[in-house]
Design a protein around this ligand. Structure first.
Ligand SMILES: *Cc1c(COP(=O)(O)O)cnc(C)c1O
Ligand SMILES: [Zn+2]
Length: 409
């Protein structure tokens, strides 16, 4: 399918540009966004979409030459109807959009697919990113698959499974000390000098765009409808902004009747959006500490953070945070009630939804979709020291019967 991309537009001043690899507005330095021919897209046969991975929605993505599109089967992730979890949290209907089934186990594969494809379209041979683990392993995988050099600047404290993954797939893995916010300024200069294509989350509109497919999938999975609330995690803000943009496009095309109320979910340790939203003020960069939700450990989301706030304020959205203990409890709750093993960052949304329902900010009659952005299989957890039983039939039978409370009826 062809791409219906028409150009770039500045989210700040509205200045328009033809399609090109540009990272900020030449007039005001603002964020650039891709634009499409929504009128023509509205007439596409929405019930006969096809294509590998996120390229099912290639019409709404900015890579024109199909030969440049890389896919490892990302996207098309399940939308699980979760009645037991809904009951435990106290909402009428709850679906989890589970990104753990992506090729590298996280939502990042959507943006790695568009970033790497755009790097090829613009003739780059190397791509890079600063990462706490998920973006790095995803970009290393997609870049290498597309035959590019991959410069992955990784946080020393990343989990071992992620480090192993990156060490195996990246052509160039470089570790840095300190936090993400310290390294990103250095990386952005490498990008500005054209040494590597920007695989980072802060500026590149082509990379950003991959996550828009989340909204297209959710709407399609609900029969071209939207939930009352859509809860997305916010680190830099890409997932939140891109899915919002997707929902906006769908409504503009008339494929859905409206846009859900957007909820921004953060860790209480890294919550600059939530603070600004509560206080009604500007975004204040924060010096953050450790949080179990590594994927959203961002203290200065900068331009995208301000954009998230704009969306929340303009559209009557909500923002909420959750303490690490709430996040770990949500991880267990999701596993126990629905059998879904997600990582801590992945369930920040669930923990925040629980808090917002308790506070009465999300009504119990609501129909809610929570993004669950990662698998639990890539994390590191405190070791479990089991004590085994003796495999004696009578003793084991007694144990099972006692737990079942007698013979099953
Ligand atoms: C990167 C990431 C996010 C969200 O980050 P944004 O930068 O706000 O898009 C959420 N969950 C996981 C697991 C991630 O890796
Ligand atoms: Zn501008």
């Amino acid at each position: 399918m062809e791409s219906y991309v028409t150009g770039l537009r500045c989210a700040g001043c509205g200045h328009g540009l033809p399609v090109q690899y540009a990272l900020s507005c030449p007039r005001c330095g603002g964020l650039l966004e891709l634009e499409y021919d929504l009128e023509r897209m509205a007439g596409l046969p929405r019930d006969r979409l096809s294509g590998p991975g996120i390229w099912r929605y290639a019409f709404a993505l900015p890579v024109r030459d199909p030969a440049h599109r890389v896919s490892l089967g990302e996207g098309n992730t399940p939308l699980y109807d979760c009645p037991r979890l809904a009951e435990a949290i106290g909402v009428r209907k709850l679906w989890l959009k589970f990104e753990g089934t992506n090729p590298t186990g996280t939502v990042k594969d959507r943006t790695s697919a568009t970033a790497v494809s755009a790097a090829r379209e613009f003739g780059y041979k190397a791509i890079g990113v600063v990462s706490t683990g998920n973006a790095g392993s995803s970009l290393a995988t997609y870049g290498t698959r597309a035959g590019l050099r991959t410069f992955i600047f990784c946080y020393e404290r990343g989990s071992q499974p992620k480090l192993n993954h990156m060490a195996a797939c990246a052509s160039d893995l470089v570790f840095y000390r300190g936090v993400y916010d310290d390294m990103i300024g250095v990386f952005d200069r490498l990008v500005d000098e054209g040494l590597v294509f920007d695989g980072g989350a802060s500026r590149n509109p082509f990379k950003h765009e991959g996550k828009k497919t989340i909204a297209y999938e959710v709407a399609e999975q609900l029969g071209w409808a939207v939930p009352d609330f859509f809860v997305a995690p916010v680190g830099v803000g890409e997932t939140f902004i891109a899915s919002y943009r997707g929902f906006r496009e769908l409504a503009a095309m008339g494929w859905t009747a409206g846009v859900p109320r957007m909820v921004a979910a953060q860790s209480a340790v890294a919550n600059p959006i939530v603070r600004a939203w509560r206080e009604g003020g500007d975004l204040v960069p924060q010096r953050i500490g450790y949080t179990v939700a590594e994927g959203v450990a961002v203290g200065n989301p900068d331009a995208k953070g301000r954009y998230v706030l704009d969306i929340l304020r303009r559209e009557g959205g909500l923002a909420g945070d959750a303490a690490d203990a709430d996040i770990v409890a949500a991880q267990k709750l999701v596993a126990r009630t629905e059998g879904i093993w997600a990582g801590p960052t992945g369930v920040v949304t669930v923990a925040v939804l629980r808090n917002l329902v308790r506070a009465g900010q999300v009504p119990s009659a609501a129909r809610v979709v929570c993004m669950v952005t990662e698998t639990g299989l890539k994390g590191e957890y405190p070791p479990i020291h089991p004590e085994g039983i003796v495999p004696d039939y009578e003793a084991v039978k007694k144990l099972v019967m006692a737990r079942l409370g007698g013979f099953p009826a």
